[in-house]
Design a binder for this molecule. Structure first.
Ligand code: R5P
Length: 288
């Protein structure tokens, strides 16, 4: 089946890489806002009987969701055989339970919407914490890839004498993997989140790692509070300024600059979300 790949707005760079690597046809679309703020979508390429691939990373998802939905539905309407969504960053994974009475479990509802528009989903390191797999909420087949090997290679070839540090228990799944492949030790800290921008981090005894280069690894960097609080604790413990690595460069507000200001030596991310900190190319994980 012929493949045709479309970039939703903001996904052009990664899409070009994928088209080049896949030797696939490039799809053309027109997406713009009507004067009243509603979205206009037009597919300019022929999609009939083709495998349509939509590339749309989903940070700041609310404004991306409707154009994506309209694109997927139009492709089907125009005779596409299948619609595959490549969402390198999959949003709405963190509200996966009811913490306070009356809250919406948005990860479930978001999954319903995506499952109703695409036939397949491909993503990288979705935030699976209380859920063990996407199939618990997504009713379409999904392929989950992991950035750990790419991060380990970067660490192995770039950092001398690294100690990998995970800020919380959830991070152990990827930090242990990164550490194993980079032949480096790792430690996991304890985090308690009191609010969106209020986290408390406890660091165990790390005296013996004073001569190491601390490398913090997390899946998502959003407000940056997790990184900033960890950096503070490491400073107090007499550690060197750390390298902060995030898979997904969400960086809410001024988070990127705030982390640098708090004493990070460098911030490195994967290109699941376009950002100036992207240094680790994970595009090969997204090939179909
Ligand atoms: C949550 O548990 C994740 O693994 C990250 O630690 C978290 O999303 C980071 O968020 P923030 O940058 O807002 O502290």
């Amino acid at each position: 089946m012929k493949k045709i790949v479309f970039a939703l707005p903001g996904n052009e760079i990664l899409t070009e890489i994928l088209i080049h690597k896949e030797k696939a046809e490039k799809g053309f679309i027109e997406i713009r806002a009507f004067p009243d703020g509603e979205t206009y979508v037009r597919i300019l390429s022929d999609v009939k009987d083709k495998k349509v691939i939509l590339v749309c990373t989903l940070h700041n998802p609310d404004s991306k969701l409707l154009p994506l939905y309209f694109m997927a539905k139009t492709a089907k309407e125009l005779g596409a055989k299948t619609v595959t969504l490549i969402a390198p960053y999959l949003s709405y994974m963190r509200q996966d339970t009811v913490f306070q009475p009356g809250e919406a479990v948005t990860s479930t509802y978001f999954a319903h919407i995506i499952s109703s528009m695409a036939d397949t989903l491909i993503t990288i390191d979705p935030h699976l914490h209380r859920r063990s797999s996407l199939s618990e909420i997504y009713t379409i087949p999904s392929r989950v890839e992991h950035a750990a090997n790419h991060i380990s290679s970067w660490v192995k070839y770039t950092i001398e004498n690294p100690i990998l540090i995970g800020p919380d228990s959830e991070s152990e799944q990827w930090v242990s993997e990164v550490a194993k492949n980079a032949n480096a030790p790792y430690i996991i800290l304890t985090k308690v989140r009191h609010g969106d921008r209020d986290v408390e981090i406890s660091v165990p005894l790390i005296e013996k790692y004073k001569d190491f280069t601390p490398v913090l690894v997390d899946d998502i960097i959003s407000t940056g509070r997790t990184m900033i609080e960890t950096i503070k604790r490491l400073k107090t413990a007499g550690m060197k300024p750390p390298i902060c690595i995030g898979v997904h460069a969400v960086f809410a507000g001024n988070a990127y600059q705030e982390i640098l200001n708090s004493g990070a030596k460098e911030i490195i991310t994967c290109n699941t979300i376009p950002h100036e900190s992207n240094r680790i190319d994970i595009s090969d994980l997204l090939l179909i």
